[in-house]
Each structure stands twice: as structure tokens, then as C-alpha cells.
Design a protein. Structure first.
Length: 358
């Protein structure tokens, strides 16, 4: 072999080696991100001065929450279903610069009481009004995500004296009652698997059961069984640890992160319609008189016609019309806007202060 050919071969091998090293580094960074994406935001939250606390109501109900430093008007954050207060960790440090933040665990979630007798919007709403009056101690801005947005609207309509303003983050109005949800993602991927799980005895780990019976992962064909097997092995090796798979983008598994701290009876209350008992959606929205912002995530439908969004564009427009003086903001994002678009969410909350009568 000539010297020239040897030189070319050496350069080729060097290039291949560099590509391999870069590939390994990329995979390591990617895997580390997927396995640890939630840790730094939570560390930053505590670093910003938040403290986790608990309070007990007179009937023994425990409400778990995180409180930030007092740098502005009080803000009560109410997370969506299957989440807990930590889901807001990406926005909590920045929000603490403008608000006195209280991020609460809903009943049946996190470290708050898991008591099915409280799994209704009226019962939870009354307890959160008590929380505003007895823990926060003054009228507050309320921001609720998804089902938390429905709760925020209920509180604003029923206790206006305790509400400075309300921010509704992609609440599923007019797609929240059982009859309205039959062809929605949340029904097929959430409430139906919960119902089937509760009526079987072969698998006792709902996270594993969900991966094996998920509508969402079923869209990926044979990959579903691969992921389900990985989930089963991971949970067996890491009992009590939230599911994280190094090769799956963390945004695709984030919905399972807090499932171990979620009472499946809460989901059953939605499926059976008892969570909304006595709740008139049009009346509630029409009775909101405080400043309001309705944040709508982009509407998406699957190829099978299933509504992947919280509600349709038509129902979103209906929500906007019913709330007097409402501001509506549409964002190209998935349902968990504060998680997927934290900077945009924080800016909306900062701008909202200008609309308040302080």
C-alpha cells in the first residue's frame, strides 16, 4: 500500500473514530437528560426559597403544598390530573420573583389526602377556598391547569371575594363530562385503562399495566411491547421509583412520573361523572367576574378522529364568549403548557399582574 493510500486510510479511520465518539457523547447526554430532567428544576425551586408544607382541615383532610417567598400578590397554582405540585417546578423559580406562590397537591394526588369522598369539584373547591382564607390569608390569583382549571373557575364563580384574577390553563370545558369525552385522548388513554385495571387482578402495578394497554403507545405499533417490557424490568429493579427509560424522550413519559402518588379512584370519579356532580359549565363560566386569561393549547386530532387536545376550537371559543372580559391566548404546545413552554407561561403570568386591581 502506498504512503498516500495509508494516509487516506488513517484519516478515514480518524474521522470514523471522531464520529463514534461524538455519537457516544450524544447518546450519553440524551440518556442523562431523559433520566434526570426533573431534578434540576426541583433543585432550582428549593433554591429559590420554596418550602414544602402541610395543613390539616377540621375534618382531618391534609393539603400538601409548596410555598415560595413573598414577592408580590398571592398566587395559588392547581395542577392537572395525575400531576402534583412539583409539575410546576420549571416555572416556580421565575414566578417567585413576581408572586407569593402557593402550589398545592390536589386531593388524591401527591401527599394530600387520598379520600374518595372528596373527589368532586364542589368538595375540593370548598377546601381550596378554606385554604385561601386560612393559609394564604387574602384574595389570590388562581391559576389551574386542566382539571385544575375547572376547579379555578369554580372557585372564581363561587367565591369572588377571594379571587383577584383567574388564569385557566387549557381546561377541558365542554369535553369534561363522560358523554362529552367518549372520543377524546384522555378518555381512551386515561379513564378507560384505569377502569380496566381496576377490574383485573393479574397486574398490580398500574404504571406497567398502562404501558401495556395504552392507547397512546399503541399508535407506535410493535414498539409498544418493547416499551412495556422495558417498563416492567425497570419497575422490578427500581421499586417505588418513577418510570424513566433512557431511550425514550422524557416528554413522552412525563405523564407517568407521578402516577405512584395518584389515586386511581380520582380518575374513576371522572369516568363516572361524579367529580362534576351539580356542575353547570356554562353557568360557572358566566359567573366569573374577575380578570381572566384563558390559555388554549393547539387543537390536534389523530388520524382516527380522536381529539388529542383538551377541547375543540369551537368549544374554546364558547369558553371565551362566556367569560366576561376574558383574554384568550392560543399557544402551539401540548396540553401541559407550563411544562412544555415555561417561558411563555411565566410571561403570561407576569403580564397578568398589570390587569389586577391591587
Amino acid at each position: 500500500m502506498s504512503k498516500k493510500k495509508k494516509k487516506v486510510l488513517m484519516l478515514l479511520l480518524l474521522a470514523i473514530g471522531i464520529i463514534i465518539v461524538i455519537g457516544i457523547i450524544f447518546i450519553c447526554v440524551y440518556a442523562n437528560q431523559n433520566m434526570n430532567y426533573d431534578k434540576k428544576p426541583l433543585q432550582n425551586t428549593y433554591g429559590a426559597g420554596y418550602e414544602e408544607k402541610q395543613v390539616s382541615l377540621g375534618d382531618g383532610t391534609v393539603l400538601n403544598y409548596a410555598e415560595g417567598p413573598n414577592n408580590g400578590p398571592p398566587l395559588l397554582l392547581i395542577h392537572g390530573q395525575t400531576m402534583k405540585w412539583e409539575d410546576y417546578s420549571r416555572v416556580l423559580p421565575d414566578l417567585a420573583r413576581y408572586y407569593h406562590v402557593f402550589a398545592i397537591d390536589c386531593h388524591g394526588h401527591g401527599k394530600s389526602s387520598h379520600d374518595p369522598s372528596k373527589y368532586s369539584v364542589a368538595a375540593m373547591g370548598q377546601d381550596f377556598i378554606w385554604f385561601i382564607e386560612n393559609v394564604i390569608g387574602e384574595a389570590s390569583v388562581i391559576s389551574g391547569h386542566s382539571s385544575g382549571g375547572v376547579l379555578a373557575a369554580w372557585i372564581a364563580a363561587h367565591s369572588p371575594k377571594n379571587v383577584l384574577g383567574v388564569v385557566l390553563e387549557d381546561p377541558p370545558f365542554f369535553s369534561v363530562e363522560p358523554a362529552e369525552m367518549q372520543n377524546t385522548f384522555v378518555w381512551l388513554d386515561g379513564f378507560e385503562p384505569i377502569n380496566r385495571f381496576k377490574n383485573q387482578s393479574e397486574i398490580d402495578d398500574y404504571v406497567v399495566y398502562y404501558l401495556e394497554n395504552s392507547y397512546f403507545w399503541g399508535l407506535f405499533g410493535d414498539l409498544k411491547s418493547v416499551i412495556a417490557n422495558s417498563a416492567k424490568k425497570y419497575r422490578e429493579k427500581n421499586p417505588g421509583e418513577p418510570l424513566k427509560l433512557w431511550y425514550i424522550p422524557y416528554k413522552m413519559t412525563h405523564g407517568t412520573l407521578y402516577l405512584d402518588d395518584y389515586d386511581l379512584d380520582f380518575g374513576a370519579a371522572f369516568r363516572e361523572g361524579t367529580w362534576l356532580k351539580g356542575f353547570d359549565q356554562e353557568e360557572i363560566l358566566s359567573n366569573i367576574n374577575s380578570p381572566s386569561v384563558y390559555i388554549k393549547a393547539a387543537t390536534v386530532y389523530g388520524d382516527d378522529g380522536v381529539l388529542y387536545a383538551a377541547n375543540s376550537d369551537e368549544d374554546a371559543a364558547r369558553v371565551h364568549r362566556l367569560i366576561k372580559g376574558n383574554e384568550m391566548i392560543t399557544i402551539k404546545s401540548g396540553h401541559d403548557i407550563h411544562f412544555e413552554k415555561p417561558k411563555e407561561f411565566v410571561q403570561i403570568m407576569v403580564d397578568f399582574i398589570k390587569r389586577l386591581s391591587l
